[in-house]
Ligand binder design. Sequence first.
Ligand code: KG4
Ligand code: ZN
Length: 336
Amino acid sequence: MLVLGIETSCDETAAAVVEDGRRVLSDVVASQVLVHAEYGGVVPEVASRQHLATVVPVVSRALSEAGVEPRALDGIAVTCGPGLVGPLLVGVEMGKALAYALGRPVVGVNHLAGHLAAVFLDHPGNPAPPPYPHLALLVSGGHTLLLRVDGPGQVKSLGATRDDAAGEAFDKVAKLLGLGYPGGVVIDSLASQGDPESIDFPRPLPGRQDLDFSFSGLKTAVATRIREHGLPEPAQMPDFCASFQAAVVDVLVRKSRRALLREGLRDLLICGGVAANRGLRTALAAAAEEDGFRLFVPTPKLCTDNGAMIAQAGTWALARGERAAWDLSVDPGLPL
Ligand code: KG4
Ligand code: ZN
């Protein structure tokens, strides 16, 4: 089964061709980071216009790199939410138009289900996929979720952020530090050279036994520190970033351990853009060793937004017989 996946929910225009839900024949991602960097964050209207300009070339390239004629496709999968409404509409209209012209089925894919599916793709950097049931820590620019996954599409939320998402915290703190947008990758790289114990940032909701997160207090602590002490000198930046990152990672690790225990699960999948963070990967690997659970981490390229994960989740949906009607629309707040 050859499926084209299209992803335009935020600031990446992405398309990929996946065979049988496993083999990635092409995976094209056109990032808009440089366009939005000027504004310090994603500007939805600018993102929509960029998607409009790039979606056709990106889809064409995904097909030509895969060596696949459009007519050979068995179906088209497209992200229909959650995300930014304008950007989502561009992808959904593209997917429907192509499917209509080719006489093939189209399915709408939940972006979060896509993140959960990325680990099931064959990729040299991917582990063997986790068995069901497993726990998933989904950490992206828009979401921070602990999920019990009993099967494809069988997901129960155990905990979520009450305010900012983990990726959002990275991006906002990077902005406060004048490190540009997006901040996760820059903080990750500076943190690797710093001392995580140099500044004792607060760990959000430390005493609570629930599985929810909160990152806005940490962001305020960073802002307060900058107001009182000024911006860190360039030489101090790695220590500052390492300390901030340690506070985020600490909470993510603590709650994941608690969720595994509470649910009696032995397998943990991490996914979403923040799952590319080296500090998080290292800390969870250490926890896995100590507690005896197994950790599954997709290769970094499949943690951040891509079309292959949408094609993967779409293949499962098509195989289950799901078909979208031609009035398929978008839902910016689509729940998992
Ligand atoms: O999953 P994703 O590509 O898009 C959303 O669905 O939101 O995640 C993007 C988020 C951004 O906030 C970005 O700063 C963060 O993931 N991110 C990272 C790293 N790479 C991306 N955060 C920390 N460390 C990284 N290496
Ligand atoms: Zn995402």
